[in-house]
Design a protein around this ligand. Sequence first.
Ligand code: NOJ
Length: 523
Amino acid sequence: MRRSARPDGATAWWQDAVFYQVYVRSFADSDGDGIGDLEGIRSRLGYLELLGVDALWLTPFFRSPMADHGYDVADPRDVDPLFGDLAAFDRLVEDAHKHGLKVTIDLVPNHTSDQHPWFQAALAAAPGSPERARYYFRDGRGDDPPNNWTSIFGGPAWTRVPDGQWYLHLFAPQQPDLNWDSSDVRVDLVQTLRFWLDRRVDGFRIDVAHGMAKPDGLPDMDPAVVAVMAGAQTPHATDPRFDNEAVHDVHRLIRRVLDEHPGTMAVGEIWVDSDERFARYVRPDELHLGFNFKLAQADFDADAVRRAIDRSMAAAGSAPPTWTLSNHDVVRHVSRYGDGAAGTRRARAMALVELALPGVAYLYNGEELGLPNVDVPDWARQDPIHHRSGGAEEGRDGCRVPMPWEGTEAPFGFTTGESTWLPIPDDWGPLTVEAQLEDPASMLSLYRQAVEIRKTHASFSGTELEWYGAPPGCFAFRRKGGGLICALNTSAAPVPLPPGEVLLSSAPLEGGLLPPDAAVWLA
Ligand code: NOJ
């Protein structure tokens, strides 16, 4: 039975949901081309139901030249043939709903692809034309770009076109930034939202939700910030490229459309350091949820994790907090925590921490199998971050390697073809779904049990936490309301358990003690 997260007893489905992020290219391939697709996802819905998650977040599957693997959208209202077609999307949504799974999709409003008809028209049009006004075209400063902004993917944020003007791209040059002062841009977004809502999606994940609005006059960045910001995701407080006031108008617009479709929701990808500024994105007339990456940035250290939890709770304001350990942009947490047996033990512990917290958990496909980050060979690397840095940055391919499903040899049932878009390591046999499904000690079994207990046990109700005193290197919190206790031990010694009946532990308890690198749930 679902618990109530609100004092009035009413719970919207997303307020305490477990979302599962499907990186579409890497989940399951139905047509043998080595790239995941919509039919592949549909064929694995039974697995997702077994895992027990409530909702899916599908990364972009829209028409795209794939310069940033789909985050460069050429037509936001169609499916790229690589992934299927609209009929396949409709079948997926229908079947997902039958399996009790909500479907949310990505929305990429900050930029389009350079192959989008609007950008092609802008290139063909003259400086100052309405076609160029949908983007940021500017004259340079002599032979230099209009300002000193850098791209998140490295290098300048401006590219020059043959007539001498420059256009802005906060990401790759193939991702020109849209100008949100243009009414065409706003009208088009509403059309896109309605298009997918009419196809029965349950919500959206808003890409770069702290982007979109740009300050008047596009002032320079502080040169000291330019130096430290290269490649960093979280903008400095003075960074003029992000978190500008007018971005909130965009979120209010999105919210107005979603409010016409009760039961739908939006979560923003918000890289903003200040908790106060973060909370502004989830005010009652803006986004329902904000992705907070503090947990994904914290080391495996009780104090650091506790700080990340406190700050995430504060930043969520009156909205439910969200929790993420991994996604398609960051190093997988098994590897962040040290790889090997220790990395896996710590990842097990952190899964229990994440799933014990009030609010919304986002799991990233493959974390339930304990997949580590992969050292992708140079010849196979695809991420524009890697290429734009001239190979200096590793890029994000290592966390995007396809899922191993079954068998003892690559491609492990991911595809009927011979190869996969990123190679799967040969030694992933023990990590497949098949190998883990019946093994009670596997990572997959831990996730299945944890999700099940979280969904059904009364101790998981309540939206607030209280912290207990705990030995150094450890913490314990209790959910006010239901009373669930979660204890984490990041120290090198076993520690006594808090009182209570053990519901689940990430490692065997030794003589009533919680071992190092472990977490436990008690009620
Ligand atoms: C955030 C997405 O998660 C990332 O994968 C993408 O490269 C950038 N936004 C640009 O769209």
